[in-house]
Design a protein around this ligand. Structure first.
Ligand SMILES: Cc1cc2nc3c(=O)[nH]c(=O)nc-3n(C[C@H](O)[C@H](O)[C@H](O)COP(=O)(O)OP(=O)(O)OC[C@H]3O[C@@H](n4cnc5c(N)ncnc54)[C@H](O)[C@@H]3O)c2cc1C
Length: 454
């Protein structure tokens, strides 16, 4: 029932979005000016995304004398970027140039969204080796800007692109292959986990440690949007009008209602992915190795126990390496939802029949490895809009009382969207935006057919 009513209520969203294109710019300026107490200094302005080299406005070419100039003379959004923290480069090595120590306390496989913060925090007390198959993000600058969000997804290759494409049940999907993992190719919306997760995960969690971890991440890489842009404001109001209540204003919690959420993109659209958390690591004890493709986990077996004691990996020249943990140390697998079970299977842990059919020696017969993978599907409406909307990224989410949630984004102007939408190349790109409004399942425990999407 809920899914039908959501479909119906989607009309309200479409109507409201349509109205928004005719809202005079003045309204936006007034809204922005209401935020004046948060306006940064002129020095910060000079670092903003708006090009004001020599203190001249890129839009009207007169001197930028104050903040008000940009608010009154341009429809450009004002924004300040925070510098990308690349101190981790000081202890990051290419696998071809790196000779590992004999042993480490921890070896972490996969320098992604989970692997980077794990490596940084463990290095406070222990020696840590982090192995990542991809390269560093700065080798592909398109990863770092929200207005080029889709570029990495549209330029994949089977070998070394930062985004790797794959099909899951016939649906095109992507995963990261770069230091920082999928946080370097994703849409950047940030949320804490929902209560449902804590109650049903089966893991006993120390919630004060969980909350301080959240704060650590939020203080390091998450931006609370200084204000909403034109389309985002319309989307927010429309969700409320459509009945997705209450109005939760800004929150990082995943709770019912309409909210502004945090983002790993700052207000000027620069990405602050998980890779930056590595910079919090201890340079004396942390070694990060890129282009290190782990082939197998090494296990020691005895009659009573099975323990991971090391890994085998190869570098971009095809040279094989082997590295071990010291007694009592651990190998941590954080290679993603696909990479982690794949490595367990390659290492001989999994259903005996599958491993034997591929001639992989069985270390442990476990029928669950690689099974029960559930996807997180999204269905979207694409709306072609005959005006240019500027960089309205993913900041608004409406979470319905029965679970499914809605989000929207404007496809960036600099991304090539032609493969997604037929005939688009016939319309001058300067006069066009594509708005995507998508619905997603809330969690995966529901029977198929009850997960309403718009
Ligand atoms: C297009 C897209 C948009 C998304 N948008 C959002 C969003 O807005 N908000 C949100 O919360 N989530 C979003 N997600 C989901 C989110 O990005 C992922 O859930 C999250 O990044 C997964 O983290 P992870 O640490 O499990 O894996 P990853 O971050 O993918 O890290 C795994 C790492 O392991 C490495 N690896 C794999 N195999 C090996 C190997 N054999 N040897 C060495 N290294 C290996 C990979 O290269 C990768 O760096 C999005 C995902 C995609 C693809």
């Amino acid at each position: 029932m809920e899914s039908q009513s959501m479909l119906f209520r989607g009309d309200a969203i479409a109507r409201r979005v349509d109205d928004a294109y005719w809202v005079p710019l003045k309204v936006n300026i007034l809204a922005w000016c209401a935020d004046m107490d948060r306006l940064p200094t002129k020095t910060a302005l000079q670092r903003s995304r708006v090009n004001i080299a020599n203190d001249n406005c890129s839009l009207c070419d007169s001197e930028v004398e104050s903040m008000t100039h940009l608010f009154t003379r341009s429809s450009f959004s004002f924004s300040v970027w925070s510098a990308i923290d690349e101190r981790y480069l000081g202890f990051t090595h290419d696998a071809t140039d790196f000779t590992p120590e004999k042993e480490y306390d921890y070896i972490i496989i996969g320098g992604g969204t989970a692997g980077c913060p794990l490596a940084a925090t463990l290095s406070e007390k222990y020696s840590v080796l982090l192995l990542e198959r991809g390269g560093v993000p700065s080798s592909d600058p398109t990863l770092l800007f929200e207005d080029r969000l889709l570029n990495p997804l549209l330029s994949t290759n089977p070998f070394n692109s930062p985004a790797q494409s794959f099909f899951s049940d016939g649906v095109l999907n992507f995963r990261g292959r770069v230091l920082g993992g999928s946080s370097m190719i994703n849409f950047g919306f940030y949320s804490r986990a929902e209560d449902f997760f804590y109650q049903n995960s089966g893991i006993e969690l120390d919630m004060s440690a969980v909350n301080s971890s959240y704060e650590w991440v939020e203080n390091s890489i998450i931006t609370r949007p200084a204000r909403l842009r034109r389309f985002q404001t319309s989307m927010f109001n429309a969700l409320l009008e459509a009945g997705v209540r209450p109005d939760n204003n800004f929150t990082v919690d995943h709770i019912q209602g309409t909210k502004v959420g945090g983002s790993i993109f700052d207000d000027s659209g620069r990405r602050h992915g998980a890779v930056e958390l590595l910079s919090k690591g201890n340079p004396e004890t942390l070694n990060v190795v890129v282009h290190a493709i782990v082939d197998r986990i090494i296990f020691s077996t005895s009659n009573t126990s099975l323990a991971a004691v090391g890994v085998k990996y190869h570098d971009s020249k095809g040279t094989n390496h082997e590295v071990h943990v010291r007694t009592g140390g651990e190998v941590i697998l954080s290679a993603g939802a696909i990479g982690s079970p794949q490595l367990l299977l390659l290492s001989g842990l999994g259903p005996k029949s599958s491993l034997s059919s591929l001639n992989i020696p069985v270390v442990l017969d476990n029928p669950f490895v690689g099974q029960y993978m559930a996807d997180h599907p999204r269905s979207s409406i694409n709306i072609l809009v005959p005006v240019t909307l500027i960089d309205d990224g993913l900041r608004i989410v409406g979470i319905t009382d029965s679970g499914p949630y809605m989000q929207s984004t404007v496809i960036p102007r600099l991304a090539s969207i032609i493969p997604f939408i037929p005939f688009l190349d016939l319309i001058p790109p300067t006069n066009l935006s594509v708005v995507v409004i998508g619905g997603k399942a809330f969690h995966l425990y529901w029977p198929i057919g009850t997960q309403g999407f718009i």
